[in-house]
Design a protein around this ligand. Structure first.
Ligand SMILES: NC(=O)c1ccc[n+]([C@@H]2O[C@H](COP(=O)([O-])OP(=O)(O)OC[C@H]3O[C@@H](n4cnc5c(N)ncnc54)[C@H](OP(=O)(O)O)[C@@H]3O)[C@@H](O)[C@H]2O)c1
Length: 306
């Protein structure tokens, strides 16, 4: 089967190569999915799981990409809950071969059924961004109506979903990003937008929550804005500082079939709109990672037609 693989950690994006790889094996509780559309995360070539398995053993050549939408073509021993021919979407394991391939093996519990009226290229934009935004806002930061939240990278994959979910719950949303993200962030529901290259973060005043996707100095300066009792949630790197009288949380997104189903239902009813900035074929994955041109939301790789 055709797949994108990486072998050399030092090669970076230029190491992403279209390769002929063996058809995957369906282990216990796995399904094999015929991938129609795949998503990737900028920076995943830095993740340890891209290079080694859970025991720390080298697993190259490995297939990156951890979001997919496709059709189940095979069930592993003991697999329940999904059937052959079913449309599904979800997350693949961090430390196994991923979704930038014609077929991939995934634990069934990491996938949710996908309704026939949702396009695979839209569904593939939802698993990591949707689950990360939901878990950050509600499981880790306990966002509620009336609170003020500062969301960094508001036009990006995770941030654009976080803005929509935060607005829906009745929070006041301040989005940030680059200057040309302004219209997208405001269009998604942010009430205020800050250009991180030009505006002073302190003009935001006090906030109840910070949702950070950038880390570094921006995370440190944002932490100072948090009210007593407030929370900083970051998905970039473990924080080195925390609010004077509050919490700082770093987490890694977890699979959640029920939440995926809920997010898909929001998508169907128009309550949630993942932004698909571009759709590219599998053999253009390396240039999609390199992103020659800035665009909002996710870039999706279309592996097969419907
Ligand atoms: N912990 C977890 O579970 C988890 C889950 C998902 C993602 N992540 C990580 O979270 C990060 C964001 O993921 P994503 O998919 O949302 O990425 P993305 O689509 O690239 O979104 C990030 C957004 O933030 C903007 N941005 C970054 N640095 C900025 C700066 N200094 N000033 C202004 N804007 C800035 C980006 O603009 P530019 O492109 O112009 O920089 C982009 O619009 C990645 O590092 C990813 O690896 C972690």
């Amino acid at each position: 089967m055709r797949a994108i693989t990486v072998r050399d950690r030092d090669a970076g994006i230029s190491g992403l190569t279209l390769t002929d790889m063996p058809y995957p094996h369906a282990a216990e509780n796995d399904v094999i999915v015929r991938v129609h559309a795949a998503g990737f995360t900028p920076g995943e070539l830095e993740w340890p799981g891209t290079w080694s398995d859970r025991a720390g053993r080298d697993r190259t050549p490995s297939i990156p990409g951890h979001e997919l939408s496709g059709v189940v073509v095979e069930l592993g021993y003991g697999t329940t809950g999904l059937t052959v021919g079913q449309r599904v979407f979800g997350l693949t394991d961090w430390a196994r071969n991923g979704s930038l391939a014609e077929y991939t093996a995934v634990e069934a519990r990491n996938l949710a059924p996908l309704a026939a009226d949702i396009d695979h290229t839209v569904a593939a934009a939802l698993p990591i961004s949707g689950l990360t935004a939901w878990q950050g806002l509600f499981d880790h930061a306990h966002l509620t109506t009336g609170q003020t939240i500062l969301i960094h990278g508001a036009a990006g994959g995770v941030g654009s979903i976080a803005v929509q979910l935060a607005r829906e719950v009745g929070a006041r949303v301040i989005g940030t990003g680059r200057a040309d993200d302004r219209d997208v962030a405001l269009g998604l529901g942010a009430q205020t937008f800050l250009d991180l290259d030009a505006d002073d973060l302190r003009q935001v005043g006090e906030v109840d929550l910070v949702f950070d996707v950038i880390g570094g100095d921006i995370l440190v300066r944002s932490t100072e804005l948090v009210r007593p009792g407030g929370t900083v949630v970051t998905i970039a790197t473990p924080p080195t500082v925390q609010p004077r009288d509050g919490r700082a949380v770093f987490f890694v997104v977890e699979p959640d079939r029920a939440r995926l189903a809920d997010l898909a239902q929001r998508l169907r009813t128009g309550r949630l709109k993942p932004i698909v900035g571009a759709v590219r074929p599998l053999d253009e994955t390396a240039s999609a990672f390199a992103r020659h041109r800035r665009m909002p939301g996710k870039t999706i790789i279309q592996v097969a037609d419907e």
